[in-house]
Design a protein around this ligand. Structure first.
Ligand code: ADP
Length: 170
């Protein structure tokens, strides 16, 4: 594989990459968790651009500039709320990763960092969410092995341990 896959433990807003992915809500007008951190670090121009986008459906993705972030762009995607696993949560979460990578490809972005989408306020069990993240990105790269690096950002020790285990198993 040409694309390097890596894990980073820490705050996604500090990464100097072409794009960081935001686990947004469907309004795209800001929220808590990683979304709040990204809006705080990017500054209010990010919210102004987001207001022009008309929201975003679950599983879809939209792109903005990064403003005061070290990242050039932010790809906003909306993960599914976990409702027990019988409501297409897995497919919808996989779509977040696929559609974010498609947007990155269309914009010729080479380095992309993902948080663990849906695994915070949206309640998706972390291990299952991380397995989908890893499997979906690897599947995408089979046909689009065009990036320099895809980084999975783990915000906690627990997330880092789970992602590392999944990486080591595969
Ligand atoms: P969602 O609503 O999609 O669940 P959250 O922001 O609540 O989104 O959580 C998604 C994941 O992002 C969680 O694993 C959370 O620990 C993580 N997270 C929160 N803040 C940051 C940050 N600054 N950098 C990277 N990951 C973060």
């Amino acid at each position: 594989m040409h694309t390097k896959l890596s894990l980073y433990k820490g705050d996604i807003t500090t990464l100097q990459v072409d794009a960081i992915v935001n686990a947004a809500n469907s309004s795209l007008l800001g929220g808590g968790g990683v979304d709040g951190a990204i809006h705080r670090a990017a500054g209010k121009q990010l919210l102004e651009e987001c207001r022009t986008l008309g929201g975003c459906a679950v599983g879809e993705a939209k792109i903005t500039r990064g403003y005061n972030l070290p990242a050039k762009f932010v790809i906003h995607t909306v993960g599914p709320v976990w409702r027990g696993g019988m409501f297409n949560e897995a497919e919808r979460l996989a779509s977040c990763y696929k559609n974010s990578l498609l947007l990155a490809e269309q914009h010729h972005l080479l380095t992309v960092a993902f948080p663990a989408i849906s695994s915070g306020a949206y309640g998706y069990p972390l291990r299952q969410a991380a397995e989908i993240a890893s499997a979906t990105v690897k599947e995408f790269l089979i046909h689009h092995d065009i990036f320099q690096e895809i980084i999975f950002v783990c915000f906690s020790e627990e997330a880092a341990a789970i992602y590392k285990q999944i990486f080591d198993e595969n």
